[in-house]
Each structure stands twice: as structure tokens, then as C-alpha cells.
Ligand binder design. Structure first.
Ligand code: B12
Ligand code: SF4
Ligand code: SF4
Length: 365
């Protein structure tokens, strides 16, 4: 089939990590898994595919003419580099988000869609979209195997890939799912700092730092220390994954490390403009500031007291609450002075409670 050979040639030319074709048949087990994640709370109230499992598990709901999914994986290594971990006053961005790494994927998918439409077929690009569970499509198309971390692992690239599909009515030849599995490896489970991989192939997003850092609200108290120096996303279960070791070793350029105090000095608009590709609720910078404050509490040390004391007087009570928590993490008399004042006079009961807890922590610990 000339069309299929042309598609393969285009994808090979673009250096994609993997590709395959599956039918547009539904993924009934995905609907059940999504519904179960919502009912049990493991979806953490996230929207995306969880919002409408029946649609996410059946591509024909959105594209009734669909016959095939051409599934593509692109690796974001070595391009995404590696941030230095644990540098005081600096925060890490997970590699998938150091810049818009979806761009090469989108371009490859657009190229496939272009060839299909030029040949008279219908084609639509779907990636990171509520209308398809990308990993399920990748597994059935034989692009990779389902890892115990829930990530799809692609030979040569491991988990360091982004996934997308072209929906088409072209009856392309279908590929077989991979036989490879994780085998006896379980490295990702203990590597997760919060125990979010509750069973092989099952994630509790309430505890996953990638979800926590991109969600609205106060970061649960019991997870704040585990946030460590992460600003956005988390790579621990990927870094622990042996099939990705070789790809990771190529990611040597220093990237994804940012100065937290610089970010905290920015206004909302500037902060959002700095990271246009981040997904944060209502596109608001306040959630990134919240994450910055937690990072400063975890790694900033005495040098962070001035910035945190300023935020303890911020007009946004959610930010004041996180600033006082952070002050409580740093053993410093100036910080204790601020906490005593906040505990005595903040107008918001939640902030007063944070300050009292923080004060108890610094006085006893
Ligand atoms: C919601 C979401 C999240 C949520 C929840 C993730 C989750 N595991 O469910 C949060 C915010 C936590 C998240 C985090 C991340 N995400 Co995300 N996310 C999504 C999104 C939008 C939907 C995922 C979804 O539907 N999950 C629901 C469950 C039911 O399905 P699943 O985990 O995707 O599929 C697996 C399981 O169902 C399992 N499975 C299937 N049948 C069965 C049966 C049994 C019995 C068991 C046990 C398992 C099992 O196999 C499937 C394949 O592994 C997709 C994009 C999309 N539209 O698909 C991206 C996506 C999954 N995310 C992606 C990425 C890159 C990440 C992060 C690595 C980002 C980071 N560095 O911080 C982390 C990884 C965390 C992790 N361990 O998964 C990539 C994954 C690429 C890959 N190699 O797999 C995707 C596909 C985006 C994309 N288009 O590339 N993500
Ligand atoms: S992304 Fe981080 S917090 Fe989420 S499952 Fe992986 S290691 Fe755990
Ligand atoms: S760390 Fe091991 S068990 Fe976890 S996804 Fe990677 S290969 Fe599979």
C-alpha cells in the first residue's frame, strides 16, 4: 500500500520514537477504568478524559467516520535536558514541560494528516485531548507496552515520550500490540515520593505530585515536604525506569531549573507569560506562586526569609497560608517573629491555623 509506505517514510524522516496503527474500535476497559478512578476519588477531580469516559473510550463518538488511529510517540530527550536537583532557591520543571515539547509531535501528526487528506481521506489530529486515552491507543497499536508506572514505555526511549494520534477513515494495515512487559521490575513503585502508584498500573492522582502542582487549592499539608524543589510536573517514576536509562543519559544539557525568588517577584501576567505551555487552572499565576513558596520552604533556607515574610502579608490568603508554612520549615528567629504576628492578627482563620501549626513545628523541631 503506497500510502502506508509514504506515511512510514515521513515518520521515519522525522525521527519519531515509535508509531503504529490500530482500529477505531472502542476501548471498553478504559471506560470502566476511568469510571472507577472517578468513583473511588483516584482521578482527584481532574477533568480531561475523566470528565466523559464514554467519549474518551470510543473515538467514534467524536469522529463517527473513523476507521483507524495512526498512533505516534516522540521522545523529548535529549532536547529537554536535565535540571540540577536540590539547588537552594531553585525549582525544577519536569522534562516534558521545559518547553513546548508537544510541538514536534504535533508537526509529525500534521504531516501524517496532510498525506492522508492529500490522498482523499479524512484525518484529524488528537493528542492530550479529552476524546481519547492516548496510552490505550499506543498500547493497542503496538507503539509501546503499559508500564507499572502507568506510563507507556517505548523501546529505545522508555517512558520519555509524548503520544498522539491521527484519526482517519483510511483502512491502513493494523499493527500488533507488543509482547514486551516490565517483567519482574517494580522500580517505579518505591521511587514515587508519595506512594501514588498504589498498585502496578494504577495511579492515585490525589497523591501524584504532577497532579497536585497543576491543581487549584491549598496543597495538602502532608504532601508539601514531598514537593521538594518541584515547580511543575514530576519525573521520579520516569527517572527510576530502566528502559529509559539510555535515553536519560543523553539528556545532559542543564535545563528546567528556575530561580524561585525571581518568579515570586513577577506579576501574574509576567509569570504566566514565562511558561505559556503549562496547564494551570484558569491560567492563573497564583498556583505557580503557591508552588514557589512551598519550594522555598523546602530548599530556600535563611536566604528565603525576606521573600517569605513579604508573602506572609500578601492580599491572597492562600498565598499567605503557604508562605507561613514555608517560614515554619526554616529555623530562623526572623521567621518565628513573622509567624507569631500572623498567628495573632491574620484575618483568615485558615492562615492563623497554618501559622500556629508552623510555630509549633519550629519551636519544638
Ligand atoms: C489525566 C492525565 C494525567 C494525570 C493522571 C495520570 C494517570 N496515570 O492517570 C496526572 C496529572 C497525574 C498526569 C501525570 C503525568 N502525565 Co499525564 N495525562 C493525563 C491524560 C490527560 C489522561 C490520562 C488518563 O486518561 N488516565 C486514565 C487511566 C485510566 O489511563 P492511563 O493511565 O492513561 O492508561 C494506562 C492504564 O489504564 C493501564 N491499564 C489499562 N488497562 C489496565 C488494566 C489493569 C488491571 C491495570 C492495573 C492497568 C491497566 O494501561 C494504560 C497504559 O499504560 C493523558 C492524555 C490523554 N488524553 O490520554 C496525559 C498523559 C497520560 N500524560 C503524560 C505525561 C507525560 C505525564 C507525566 C509524565 C508528566 C510529568 N512528568 O509530570 C506524569 C506521569 C505520572 C504517571 N505516573 O502517570 C503522557 C504520557 C506519555 C507516556 N509515556 O505514557 C500523556 C499520554 C500525554 C501525551 N499526550 O503524551 N497525567
Ligand atoms: S509523577 Fe512523581 S508523584 Fe506522580 S506517580 Fe510518578 S513519581 Fe509519583
Ligand atoms: S520502573 Fe520498571 S516496573 Fe516501573 S514502568 Fe519502568 S520497567 Fe516497568
Amino acid at each position: 500500500m503506497v500510502l502506508w509506505e509514504n506515511l512510514q517514510a515521513v515518520l521515519a524522516q522525522r525521527g519519531v520514537a515509535g508509531f503504529g496503527v490500530t482500529t477505531a474500535a472502542p476501548f471498553p476497559e478504559m471506560a470502566a477504568r476511568l469510571e472507577d478512578a472517578v468513583a473511588s476519588g483516584r482521578s482527584a477531580g481532574l477533568p480531561f478524559t475523566f470528565g466523559d469516559p464514554a467519549t474518551a473510550a470510543d473515538i467514534r463518538v467524536s469522529f463517527p467516520w473513523a476507521s483507524r488511529l495512526v498512533v505516534v510517540a516522540t521522545s523529548y530527550l535529549p532536547a529537554a535536558g536535565s535540571p540540577g536537583a536540590g539547588v537552594p532557591g531553585r525549582a525544577r520543571i519536569a522534562r516534558f514541560a521545559t518547553r513546548d515539547h508537544y510541538r514536534p509531535l504535533r508537526e509529525a501528526l500534521e504531516a501524517v494528516a496532510g498525506l492522508l487528506t492529500a490522498a482523499g481521506h479524512r484525518a484529524a489530529v488528537v493528542s492530550d485531548d479529552h476524546r481519547l486515552v492516548d496510552r490505550a491507543a499506543a498500547v493497542r497499536a503496538g507503539v509501546g507496552w503499559p508500564g507499572k508506572s502507568t506510563l507507556v514505555l517505548v523501546p529505545g526511549a522508555g517512558p520519555w515520550v509524548l503520544l498522539g494520534s491521527v484519526v482517519t477513515d483510511a483502512e491502513l494495515p493494523v499493527s500488533e500490540p507488543m509482547r514486551r512487559t516490565c517483567g519482574t521490575c517494580v522500580a517505579c513503585l518505591p521511587a514515587c515520593p508519595t506512594g501514588a502508584i498504589v498498585a502496578p498500573g494504577m495511579l492515585d492522582a490525589r497523591r501524584c505530585l504532577a497532579a497536585v502542582l497543576q491543581s487549584a487549592g491549598w496543597i495538602p499539608l502532608e504532601l508539601r515536604a514531598a514537593v521538594g524543589d518541584r515547580l511543575y510536573g514530576c519525573d521520579d517514576c520516569l527517572e527510576a525506569c530502566p528502559p529509559g536509562d539510555r535515553a536519560l543519559a543523553t539528556a545532559t544539557a542543564e535545563q528546567g531549573s528556575v530561580d524561585v525568588s525571581r518568579l515570586l517577584a513577577m506579576d501574574d501576567a509576567t509569570l504566566r507569560a514565562e511558561f505559556p505551555h503549562f496547564y494551570v487552572p484558569r491560567n492563573s499565576g497564583r498556583w505557580l506562586r503557591r508552588n514557589c513558596l512551598v519550594v522555598l520552604g523546602n530548599t530556600g533556607g535563611a536566604a528565603a526569609i525576606g521573600v517569605l515574610a513579604g508573602y506572609a502579608g500578601h492580599r491572597d490568603s492562600m498565598l499567605r497560608g503557604h508562605a507561613v508554612w514555608a517560614l515554619g520549615r526554616i529555623d530562623d528567629p526572623r521567621g518565628r517573629g513573622v509567624l507569631t504576628r500572623v498567628a495573632a492578627s491574620d484575618p483568615d482563620a485558615a492562615v492563623v491555623a497554618e501559622a500556629a501549626t508552623a510555630l509549633a513545628g519550629t519551636l519544638t523541631g
